[in-house]
Unconditional design. Structure first.
Length: 264
């Protein structure tokens, strides 16, 4: 019960802090996204015992910052360089670090690069979608929350068949399907109630289904990471929720996929 109250309290605080920032957008949002991305990367690096004050950590966090601010920094690069060239440079620097620091292995370098790209682009996509279409970001967040809640409730009452027993023993196929259908149906209803919104109910419901599926993969990926490194939560910064990745795992996968698929 105490943990439930902590989760509710933390969620209210997050909403109060983040909603004005997301409404305003621009620099305040980008700085908030940078903080979330860096904290998420810190949680990944801590799992593999990379000290915050170390060369690999410094390079990784600088790389994350470049990704988050790539829209502003990209035009300032020399004409022969593009943003993806800088991502390649980040990878080379990580490999060099693995040869210089013997305690920083090539496996560590691979995990760090994966974290840079996955977390960096995941949070950047949230910023990009907000700047292009604020309504779409709201829809994605709602679809993710509905999917997560629906999967939990339906799985608790009707779940019998395990979805991914090795990665997340408590998740069920029934819960997963229920979460996806609940997300599509409720977003369809929500869009139907507001005819002035820039999409039809059918399109809204279809997007919600895609986002719901993506968000569940994001949740499974994070569960797999925690199981791989034998940790219960990625952090303790959010009382009752855990770390930044514990809270935003579904959303960063969903927004990245939305960007790649051209939904925005």
């Amino acid at each position: 019960m105490m943990k439930l109250f902590q989760r509710i309290e933390t969620a209210i605080i997050l909403v109060v802090i983040l909603i004005p920032i997301f409404v305003y957008g621009s620099w305040p949002l980008q700085l908030a996204i940078l903080f979330l991305a860096c904290r998420g990367l810190f949680e990944i690096l801590r799992m593999i015992d990379i000290p915050f004050f170390s060369l690999p950590s410094l390079l990784a966090h600088l790389s994350i910052a470049f990704i988050v601010f790539s829209d502003r920094l990209g035009p300032k690069l020399p004409t022969y360089l593009e943003v993806h060239h800088m991502i390649a440079l980040m990878t080379l620097l990580m490999l060099i670090s693995a040869t210089v620091h013997q305690s920083f292995t090539f496996i560590d370098a691979g995990i760090a690069v994966l974290g840079i790209i996955y977390i960096g682009y995941g949070f950047y996509s949230m910023y990009y979608i907000r700047e292009q279409d604020g309504f779409l970001l709201i829809l994605i967040v709602l679809a993710t929350v509905i999917s997560d809640t629906g999967a939990y409730l339906i799985g608790s009452f009707f779940g019998k068949h395990k979805l991914a027993p090795i990665l997340s023993p408590n998740k069920t196929i029934e819960g997963s399907l229920g979460g996806v259908l609940a997300s599509g149906f409720l977003i369809f209803i929500i869009v139907s109630l507001f005819p002035f919104l820039p999409m039809t109910p059918v399109v809204g419901g279809f997007i919600a289904i895609i986002i719901a599926i993506a968000s569940q993969f994001g949740d499974l990926i994070e569960s797999g990471m925690k199981r791989e490194f034998n940790v219960k939560d990625t952090g303790t910064i959010l009382p009752g929720h855990g770390g930044i990745l514990d809270r935003f795992d579904s959303l960063i996968f969903a927004t990245t996929l939305a960007l790649i698929l051209g939904i925005v």
